[in-house]
Design a protein around this ligand. Structure first.
Ligand code: MG
Length: 629
């Protein structure tokens, strides 16, 4: 199969869109009529640009309200079609996409429609052109692909074929099995779009909520499996109407699109066990077994108080980098690396973002294979100079320009801490019972959220949870969790908000971009851990008394236990017999904060308590508390 994308999916002018499409290695492009009309150049000039970029215009679209018209409209739609054919010949495009008629004047009747398409096919064939018929989910008489296929079948003309658009097929919940018996040479074009599951009219759903495959919740895999059963090996094209995508840069959205198709083909190959024609297999999705370390970019002024904080949190200084001004702090299986170099990646990152998480390292089964898969998925690998004898840790770019390093046990990377770091006599805090990273929350611009969702889900063997809406005092924050498949050994939460004043939006505004805002660490005994940290002088976020009064009213927890939670500012949630206890530190310079988490069989993130936490944080975040960066 070959990949294409419709110009309507991207922002910018037609020439900008075409450059982005070529840059993302697509073979073909669907030219959307409005993009041509608004372009300051002739169709022949567009053809020159398309050819010059090594692209091919696979279709011109859309041609609306065609079939089933009575006279005199019927004559008019045919002369309108002839004008489109003229334009297509100038563009160097041989396929006109015809959407099913939505006009109230359209007459029903499959044979009437077939007769119209037969005549259109005759006219197109005279010019060496073709037409393809697409059933819109909201078409007046034809809104089901089985009907559009029946019309194409009865038309019985070599210049007339079918368009299958996954959105129109899947949102109606149509049976996918009949796709398998459509002859592959009658399918002229396959359009792919995913979408979240919503309860709204098909037209609004389509116009505003389409997204790339894998970013939504439609059964794209089943659709593709049915298509593959036909033996279809032609063009698969992305047609995405999305306000979000048009707010993003054409270049990065086009790359997301290509990545989504490569990922879709990869999953298809895994699901069916059959090679996808024309698509080279990717290395398998990388299994993530844990977060090996989190690296903070700091300058001398910010590093000193942060390291005092780490000591208060029970971390011990466990190693000094052999050639760099980098310190390893450790507690349980948690490694925190403080980088105060005066040059290099972390330093540059710190200049832009201030004190912040500049990198995370994931423990994977095969670091080299992970990077190989990332490169094939058009992710951006990263390399920097290392000292003599030190390890080159493979990495790709992550959220906000940060890095994601990969370490494994099968290579010398398993000896990272011994090779790159010299041990120091233990100094710092006494262990406070923190055992491992529970999860990291990355806050990002709303427009980026689907990009990073696709990045993580395509590269790693992970599962996504449903999107949750969290109530911030100043608006809604969308929250999406991603967890390592099976054991949730790594948990990441993506947060973004469209409201300018939420904590999430203020974080990306105040700290110049997206990044890690919350670091959740696990304890087996949160009461004991919080007690020790409080004794060490760590400030916890004060939770209002009302919360505990309400907890007493709505739960059967005994009053003594509620009193202990209240005294320690610990929040509580329960799911069946599973319990979740969590507490938050005050926000540190840099805008990030730590959460202490105790899970007793609980799988979620305490979303029910998020409004309480966000309101408590908002009370503290007066302007004077915000750094002047
Ligand atoms: Mg379509």
């Amino acid at each position: 199969m070959q990949t294409a994308i419709a110009t309507v999916s991207l922002s910018g002018t037609l020439d900008e869109k075409l450059e982005a499409i070529a840059g993302a290695k697509f073979t073909g492009v669907e030219i959307f009529e409005n993009d041509l009309l608004s372009f300051n150049g002739t169709p022949r000039e567009v053809r020159g640009i398309v050819d010059g970029l090594g692209l091919r215009t696979i279709t011109f679209q859309p041609f609306r309200d065609f079939e089933g018209m009575a006279e005199p409209q019927r004559t008019r739609v045919f002369s309108r079609a002839e004008r489109k054919f003229d334009l297509m010949q100038e563009l160097g495009c041989d396929l006109l996409l015809v959407c099913s008629n939505v006009s109230p004047e359209a007459q029903g009747g499959i044979d009437r429609a077939a007769a119209d398409f037969h005549e259109l096919g005759e006219r197109a064939a005279k010019r060496g052109l073709r037409v393809a018929f697409e059933a819109l989910a909201w078409g007046r008489h034809v809104n089901d692909y089985r009907d559009s296929w029946e019309i194409v079948r009865r038309t019985d003309h070599p210049a007339v074929g079918l368009v299958l658009d996954s959105f129109h097929v899947l949102v109606r919940g149509t049976d996918l099995r009949p796709i398998r018996s459509i002859p592959k040479d009658r399918i002229f074009l396959v359009q792919i779009a995913d979408a979240p599951l919503l309860d709204m009219d098909y037209l609004s759903w389509s116009r505003h909520y389409r997204c790339f495959p894998g970013q939504g919740e439609l059964a794209i895999g089943e659709f593709m499996a049915a298509l593959q059963a036909t033996g279809f090996a032609g063009l698969v094209s992305l047609e995405i109407f999305s306000d979000r995508f048009r707010a993003g840069s054409a270049r990065s959205v086009a790359i997301d699109g290509q990545r989504s198709l490569l990922f879709m083909f990869d999953r298809l190959r895994q699901a069916t066990g059959a090679a996808v024609p024309g698509i080279r297999a990717l290395p398998p999705p990388s299994k993530v077994a844990g977060i090996e370390f989190l690296e903070f970019a700091m300058d001398d002024a910010s590093a000193a108080p942060f390291e005092r904080f780490l000591a208060g949190m029970g971390f011990a200084r466990a190693g000094l980098h052999r050639s760099k001004d980098v310190t390893r702090w450790r507690q349980g299986d948690i490694n925190i690396v403080v980088n105060r170099e005066k040059e290099g990646f972390a330093h540059s990152f710190g200049i832009v973002h201030g004190p912040s998480v500049c990198a995370m390292a994931l423990r994977v089964d095969d670091a080299a294979a992970t990077v190989a898969r990332a490169v094939r998925l058009l992710d951006r690998p990263f390399r920097q100079a290392v000292g003599a004898g030190e390890l080159h840790i493979p990495a790709v770019r992550g959220v906000g320009g940060s890095l994601i390093y990969f370490v494994d046990d099968k290579s010398e990377l398993g000896r990272l801490w011994d090779v790159d770091f010299a041990p120091v006599a233990d100094t710092g805090g006494a262990d406070a019972g923190l055992t491992r990273f529970d999860h990291l929350s990355q806050t990002m611009y709303f427009e980026e959220m689907l990009t990073w969702l696709l990045f993580y889900t395509s590269l790693f063997d992970v599962q996504k949870a449903p999107v949750q809406d969290v109530i911030d005092p100043s608006g809604i924050v969308q929250s999406q969790a991603i967890e390592a498949a099976g054991d949730a050994a790594v948990r990441l939460v993506l947060n973004a908000s469209q409201s300018r004043q939420t904590m999430a939006s203020r974080f990306v505004d105040d700290f110049f971009g997206s990044g890690v805002q919350q670091i959740a660490l696990a304890s087996d005994d949160i009461l004991r851990t919080v007690g020790r940290l409080t004794a060490n002088g760590i400030d916890f976020l004060a939770i209002p008394e009302n919360y505990y009064d309400d907890l007493g009213a709505r739960s059967d927890l005994d009053p003594g236990r509620i009193e202990r939670l209240r005294a320690a500012n610990i929040l509580y949630d329960r799911d069946g017999a599973a319990e979740f206890l969590h507490a938050y530190t005050r926000t540190l310079d840099g805008g990030f904060y730590f959460e202490i988490v105790e899970r007793r069989g609980y799988r979620g993130y305490g979303a029910v308590n998020a409004p309480i936490r966000l309101a408590a944080q908002a009370r503290l975040a007066r302007p004077r508390d915000l750094p002047g960066r």
